[in-house]
Write a protein that binds this ligand. Structure first.
Ligand code: MG
Length: 379
């Protein structure tokens, strides 16, 4: 049994519902149902072959978007329960939040956005929503997964004004509205954003050290990490190497979880919200305390400079951009190279973007080689 919901939590029984009406199901709440639909969808299975920092086929040890999403769900649930939030909604949003990502992490998304600039651009958050609203083909009477408003609201983390206006035309008062009104999403959605950040900061330290691109010695310059490294050593002086790394990360993760719980509890008390809708009209409420916010941003800057911009990573991301751009150009020059269902669509450039965005790292590298005769990435 999950804990009782707080008054400001999203209650599945009070959901704003699905775009296509469906009968309630016995034994599962509407948010559990959303979570289950996500776990069974095709885009979810592909997350195992998509990466953020490292290429999926660079090594079997690194995080993929699937393991990342599971870590976000775990951290999200740990924070949701003591706050009395809807754990199943947190889990659904966390598992779906990266469904629209292109192959090759941010490099792939940036390249695709450049290619699509004259045709409305490409945003991975909006693409995640397209996956669950339109692209999945699993049900007899509707496209997509027909998820609840609350899960869809959480998936659409960012959205440009132009895209929000387009969403509003199709679905007035829907998930685009808050980007025009400048209001907040549910606490569960806010929590997933922060859990996402906590998860990738921690696992990128881990993957960064194990890949050899950053060292434990370098991390001693990062106060957030170094504090927990010292704490781990004080408790177990012989600790070194991998176990020291893991123990430091573990201490850091639990301190961040407790920090969010405490700071958010205080913020909720201070503003006195008493319903999920009052949350939407309030300032953002799920947060770190100020000292943790500062120390966490120092860590982010460290990872940006030393890992995400590491020459080896930059080389790979440069190749990845070329692969995505040349794939786009090849399909645009000859749409018959697309699978029949995509080639048949009238919105050719959007069909190309949807097809490329759905690719795994390895498939994109192979398909690029098939179309151009050149191998830019290990496939
Ligand atoms: Mg993420």
């Amino acid at each position: 049994m999950t804990a009782a919901l707080a008054p400001y939590a999203s209650d599945p029984a009070a959901s704003r519902g699905r775009r296509h009406a469906e009968q309630p199901t016995p034994h599962r709440s509407e948010f559990q149902r959303d979570r289950d639909r996500i776990v069974h969808c095709t885009a979810f299975r592909r997350l195992v072959y998509k990466t953020q920092v490292f290429l999926n086929h660079e090594g079997d040890l690194f995080r993929t978007r699937l393991t990342h999403s599971i870590e976000v769900a775990q951290l999200g649930r740990s924070i949701a329960r003591p706050l009395g939030l809807a754990e199943d909604l947190v889990e659904a949003i966390a598992l779906a939040h990266d469904l629209g990502h292109t192959p090759f992490g941010h490099a792939g998304q940036d390249a695709l956005n450049d290619c699509m600039a004259p045709h409305g651009g490409f945003e991975h958050n909006l693409q995640s929503l397209r996956v669950v609203d339109q692209l999945e083909e699993r049900y007899p009477r509707f496209d997509g997964l027909n998820l609840t408003f609350e899960t869809r609201e959480g998936i659409l983390k960012h959205c440009s004004r132009t895209n929000a206006q387009k969403l509003e035309q199709d679905e007035p008062g829907g998930v685009g509205q808050r980007f025009l009104d400048r209001t907040q999403p549910s606490l569960e959605a806010q929590l997933c954003n922060l859990a996402d950040e906590i998860a990738y900061n921690a696992h990128d330290i881990d993957d960064g050290v194990r890949s050899g691109l950053i060292t434990l010695e370098q991390l001693e310059q990062v106060p957030l990490f170094d504090g927990y490294r010292r704490q781990a050593l004080a408790a177990d002086p012989p600790l070194a190497g991998r176990r020291l790394l893991y123990e430091s990360i573990r201490l850091m993760l639990s301190a961040q979880v407790h920090d969010v719980i405490d700071a958010t509890t205080q913020a909720l008390r201070a503003c006195g919200v008493d319903s999920a809708d009052a949350v939407r009209r309030s300032a953002p409420l799920v947060c770190f305390g100020e000292p943790m916010r500062e120390r966490s941003s120092v860590l982010k800057t460290f990872l940006l400079r030393n890992l995400y911009r590491h020459p080896q990573v930059m080389h790979m991301t440069g190749q990845a951009r070329t692969v995505v751009r040349e794939l786009f150009e090849a399909y645009a020059a000859d749409p018959q190279e697309l699978p029949a269902a995509y080639a048949a669509r009238t919105d050719t450039t959007r069909a190309i973007a949807d097809y490329i965005a759905g690719m795994t790292d390895r498939f994109a590298a192979r398909e690029h080689e098939r179309l151009t005769g050149r191998r830019l990435l290990p496939a």
